[in-house]
Write a protein that binds this ligand. Structure first.
Ligand code: FE2
Length: 312
């Protein structure tokens, strides 16, 4: 009998040239997995970078941000100076990391950067999804069209809430590893084009966004892993087959337990997260209107991914 090496799925691949996200390339996956897990820091402090001038980062500051991104796909920055309300700064900060193409979504202002704050009363016909309630685990723009997926995000805190509003983050590449280690079939199911469907958004009888079906995990043209996800039980339709359902349940369970891969942080004024759209959630918060302490965040969502931030 002639031994045909390539007929053994999961064992033979392209070696160092192969993609770690190819289920048939176990070798590339294991090599990347080892490096990736070794890079995960023991605490969030290792992912924090102090920036003197957000308009022009020093080489050292740039390197520190890139290093954090290569480890966990996000970095927490602290601007040294009090910059107050300055959207231009956020725009310029992003540009230094190759973040250029902003998503002008339903709730962003004319400049494409959303000012997130609690609005007491919804104005006529306005779409305001922002409240002080707890936000479940998700990646940004999971309801976007496939060609308008969000690959890079800046979330900048102008002013924190009077109480609460803690963010938690988990690198989606780590979620991928946990799923694949448990059962490669979970990855196969979540890479299907019809794995997760978002029903249309209808407001006052008008459809403001059509139904959106797509994969949870996908590999972009440049080889990086992208994730599209929401843990919301409502308004998410998972494909009706046993492996997709089991994969979705396993994924949800990752967030229910203590994990060395979940990093928590409460953003202060002048701090922000630069991220390749990792999984994240936020606890509920309370503003104190009388004391003038109302949470205000700027959010910029990009079709671009942060340059030089890959883990493979
Ligand atoms: Fe988000």
């Amino acid at each position: 009998m002639v031994f045909v090496a390539n007929s053994i799925p999961g064992l033979i691949g392209g070696g160092t040239q192969g993609s770690p996200f190819d289920l048939h390339d176990e070798q590339a996956y294991l090599a990347w997995r080892k490096r990736k897990l070794a890079g995960v820091p023991g605490s969030i402090e290792a992912l924090q970078v102090v920036i003197q001038d957000g308009y022009q980062l020093s080489r050292q500051e740039m390197n520190a941000v890139h290093k954090a991104l290569q480890r966990t796909n996000f970095a927490i920055y602290t601007l040294k100076a009090d910059t107050g309300e300055d959207k231009v700064l956020i725009r310029q900060l992003g540009r230094q990391f190759g973040l250029e193409r902003l998503d002008d979504n339903l709730c962003s202002d004319e400049d494409g950067i959303s000012a997130l704050k609690v609005v007491e009363k919804r104005r006529e016909g306005e779409y305001i999804p922002y409240s002080n309630k707890r936000l479940n685990w998700h990646t940004d723009g999971y309801y976007n069209r496939p060609d308008r997926q969000i690959h890079g995000v800046i979330l900048h805190c102008v002013q924190p809430a009077a109480a609460g509003g803690e963010s938690a983050l988990m690198d989606h590449e780590i979620a991928y590893i946990q799923l694949r280690d448990e059962n490669p079939g979970y990855i196969r199911a979540l890479m299907a084009a019809d794995a997760m469907t978002i029903p249309p958004n209808v407001q006052n009888g008008q459809q403001v966004r059509p139904e959106q079906a797509g994969p949870v995990f996908s590999v972009a043209a440049d080889g990086h892993l992208h994730m599209r996800y929401s843990a919301r039980a409502r308004n998410i339709v998972w494909k009706d087959d046993s492996s997709t359902q089991a994969a979705a349940e396993f994924l949800l369970n990752l967030f229910q337990q203590d994990s060395p891969y979940i990093f928590r942080h409460q953003l202060k004024s002048g701090q922000g997260v630069l991220t390749n759209n990792v999984l994240h959630c936020r606890s509920s918060f309370e503003d104190d209107a009388a004391a003038g302490q109302a949470r205000l965040l700027y959010r910029a969502r990009y079709f671009d991914r942060i340059v030089d931030s890959g883990s493979h």
